[in-house]
Design a protein around this ligand. Structure first.
Ligand code: ZN
Ligand code: ZN
Length: 156
């Protein structure tokens, strides 16, 4: 995964370390997007949710799990989303530190997907959501004019 490699390179440069690339597999099941297996230096990703939320995985899930591994390598066992993890996310990986990384299992027709603009929440149908994911279109809020962004956190 290119995003993983890039974030790891960024961390190694910043921290002046030489951490190796973790193993990535796709054995995560259920409603969890991903998990970090500290001692195995391994990230497990959910293949169903990855398929449906590719950009969110690149932007959030992969850095989130990578940060858990890097924190473990540098600090040992500390609180999972404590100050070390937040520092790793924000100062080293330069990704907003959101704790939540669970998605709803979205394979269900009729479910809506939460998007945000600057002023309110929007619920998009799966058809519209997939068009956004495929990069075919963007939707704008009629009130504030901002492009709607998929909100991972509210899609639990
Ligand atoms: Zn976490
Ligand atoms: Zn708006």
């Amino acid at each position: 995964m290119r995003c993983l490699r890039e974030k790891l390179r960024q961390a190694n440069l910043t921290l002046q370390t030489n951490y190796t690339e973790p193993t990535v597999n796709y054995q995560q099941r259920g409603g969890t997007a991903g998990t970090a297996w500290l001692q195995h230096w391994e990230i497990r990703l959910n293949p169903v949710l990855l398929q449906e939320n590719q950009q969110a995985f690149i932007d959030e899930v992969v850095p989130h799990e990578l940060a858990h591994l890097l924190v473990y390598a540098r600090f040992g066992r500390v609180a999972p989303h404590g100050k070390e993890w937040r520092w790793m996310m924000e100062s080293v990986l330069q990704v907003p530190a959101k704790r939540t990384h669970r998605f709803a299992v979205q394979s269900v027709q009729g479910k809506t997907f939460t998007y945000l603009c600057d002023c309110q929440r929007h619920e998009l149908t799966i058809r519209r959501h997939n068009r956004v994911l495929r990069g075919e279109t963007e939707y704008r809020c009629r009130r504030c004019g901002k492009i709607l962004r998929y909100d991972v956190r509210n899609s639990i």
